[in-house]
Design a protein around this ligand. Structure first.
Ligand code: MN
Length: 194
C-alpha cells in the first residue's frame, strides 16, 4: 500500500485526506468550498492520482482558515508519503495552458520548505471565491510538504483559467516529482540524504 491517510481537527477546521500518487485517479472532493473542490479535482484528475478529501470549517467567518488548512493537511500527507516511499525523483516542471491562460508549477522535493509565488489574477474573485486566498493554500502546502514550490502565471485574462491551469500543473508536477526511484546510495542527493 502506497497510500496515506491524514486527519486534522482544530477549532477552525476539520479535514481528512487520503492520497495515493501511485493509484489511478479516483477522486472525491468535498470541502464545502465549491471553487476549491473544482481546483483540487482538476489537480488530482490531471495528475492522475487517487485523492479523497472531506473537509468542513468556519467558512462563515472567512474561507481563509479552510483554504490554508487544506494546503497544510495535503502538505503533511505528502511529507508522510515521502518518508514512506523513501527516494523520489525530486524535480518536476509542468506548464499548462487553459484557453487564454498559461500557468507553471516547478517542484523540488528537497525536504526544505520554500515558496515562490508569482501569480497575478486580473480579477480579484472567481464567482464569490477570493483569489488572494490561493497563496495561503500554496504556502501551507510548501511548508508542510517541505518542498521547494514555484508557482508562476505567465499570462491570462481570466482568473478562473489561470488558477485551474495552475492546479492541473500542480497535479502533474506532484505525480512526477514524487515518483519512487531505486538508488543504492539512498536519496537523490549528492549528500546521500535529504
Ligand atoms: Mn473550470
Amino acid at each position: 500500500m502506497s497510500g496515506i491517510s491524514k486527519e486534522r481537527r482544530t477549532k477552525e477546521t476539520q479535514i481528512s485526506i487520503e492520497i495515493d500518487l501511485l493509484k489511478e485517479a479516483e477522486v472525491q472532493i468535498a470541502t464545502g468550498l465549491p471553487f476549491m473542490d473544482h481546483m483540487l479535482h482538476a489537480m488530482a484528475f490531471h495528475g492522475d492520482f487517487s485523492l479523497k478529501i472531506k473537509a468542513a470549517g468556519d467558512i462563515d467567518v472567512d474561507p481563509h482558515h479552510l483554504v490554508e488548512d487544506l494546503g497544510i493537511v495535503l502538505g503533511s500527507a505528502l511529507n508522510d508519503y515521502f518518508k514512506k516511499i523513501g527516494a523520489v525523483s525530486r524535480y518536476a516542471q509542468s506548464i499548462i495552458p487553459m484557453d487564454d491562460a498559461l500557468s507553471e508549477i516547478i517542484i523540488d522535493v528537497c525536504n526544505r520548505p520554500f515558496l515562490i509565488y508569482q501569480v497575478y489574477f486580473p480579477q480579484d474573485r472567481s464567482g464569490n471565491f477570493d483569489m488572494w486566498l490561493l497563496k495561503e493554500f500554496f504556502q501551507g502546502l510548501a511548508n508542510e510538504a517541505k518542498i521547494n514550490l514555484h508557482c508562476r502565471s505567465h499570462y491570462g485574462e481570466n482568473a478562473h483559467h489561470i488558477a485551474e491551469a495552475m492546479f492541473k500543473a500542480l497535479g502533474k508536477s506532484l505525480k512526477e516529482s514524487y515518483k519512487p526511484i531505486k538508488k543504492e546510495s539512498g536519496q537523490m542527493s549528492t549528500k546521500g540524504v535529504l
